[in-house]
Design a protein around this ligand. Structure first.
Ligand SMILES: [Mn+2]
Length: 321
């Protein structure tokens, strides 16, 4: 049975470049809300902002019987991080960002959670001649290497994304991230495969998962959707249903038994309703994925019978008789 979680920030007030959405909620209120959503059994917590008062949060998680999918370490939100944090050439700024990684991993350990995820969104560039590309890459690599070595029992999952807030991100795509992890060789470095980031990076998300498996890198999955032009964080399966189905099928095929975390931005809708229907949609898609028999798919592939293969998938999805 797949486990579904929500990133806590999406249960409170949200902001884009122009508008404010929904209502501010304390972390206690967010956890209460999450626990009341059918199909949701866990949360991804934001470090440091959800951890101002650790003990009440830890006891609320226990009381509400909520699992912690991951601790999401925010290395972009502080004012001094806006021009880069883990890649900063200012040693004090970079040291603060690395300290966040250490403390976030400590927080995960204290909650009995096996991993953290980090998306270094202020690390990148906006203009030609602005960046020291190789220097940024080395600083990013060394920061992750240092953090991974400090707590080998906690997975440090790196979340790549093509852009935002920087026009181009240093950790831009799956293959760059694989390269960084291969260079470091730390067994506790994983990759957060955000389905939407993979889609708008021009990847085939199922192939991305397969490449990680090929290289022995553990994935952690964020689910959402978009029109492959930007990170719209729509409900998963609402746009790219076939890519999503193949992604879920591949997750099953590689034996993924970790959380599926909704990274969905519920603008102009009630967050609880958004996540309840997302869990239902995912359960329905998982049901279809489980009916797609690897041996039958392989038979169509080995015969080169593409029309037969597509017809088979559509029959299993209940769209053809
Ligand atoms: Mn994400």
């Amino acid at each position: 049975m797949a486990k579904y979680a929500i990133i806590t920030s999406f249960l409170g007030e949200l902001r884009d470049r122009f508008c404010l959405y929904n209502t501010p909620r304390s972390i206690a209120e967010k956890l209460e809300t999450a626990a009341g959503i059918p199909g949701i059994t866990g949360v991804e917590m934001i470090y440091p902002y959800d951890f101002q008062d650790f003990d009440p949060v830890a006891s609320a998680l226990r009381r509400l019987n909520l699992g912690v999918a991951a601790v999401n370490i925010n290395v972009k939100g502080e004012r001094e991080f806006i021009a880069g944090s883990l890649t900063s050439s200012d040693p004090d700024i970079r040291a603060k960002a690395v300290r966040f990684l250490h403390e976030g991993m400590d927080a995960a350990a204290a909650l009995g959670c096996d991993k953290v995820t980090v998306c270094p969104l202020s690390d990148g560039y906006d203009y030609a001649f602005q960046a020291d590309y190789a220097g940024d890459w080395r600083r990013l690599r060394d920061a992750f290497g240092e953090a991974a070595a400090r707590r080998p029992e906690i997975m440090l999952c790196l979340e790549y994304k093509p852009n935002e807030t920087r026009v181009r991100s240093t950790l831009s795509d799956a293959h760059a991230t694989i390269l960084l992890i291969r260079e470091l060789g730390s067994p506790n470095l994983g990759i957060t495969v955000d389905l939407g980031h993979a889609l708008y990076a021009g990847e085939t998300p199922a192939r991305t998962l397969s490449m990680l498996t090929h290289y022995g890198i553990r994935p952690y999955i964020h689910l959402n959707d978009n029109y492959r032009n930007w990170d719209w964080d729509l409900m998963p399966g609402s746009v790219n249903i076939w890519d999503t189905l193949e992604f879920l099928w591949t997750a099953n095929a590689i034996g993924y038994d970790d959380w599926f975390t909704f990274d969905v931005f519920p603008s102009r809708m009630d967050p609880a309703a958004c996540f309840a229907v997302s869990a239902k949609m995912l359960t329905a898609l998982q049901g279809i994925a489980h009916t797609l028999d690897p041996a039958e798919l392989n038979e169509y592939r080995s015969r080169g019978d593409t029309p037969g293969l597509i017809g088979y998938v559509w029959r299993r999805a209940g769209l053809l008789s």
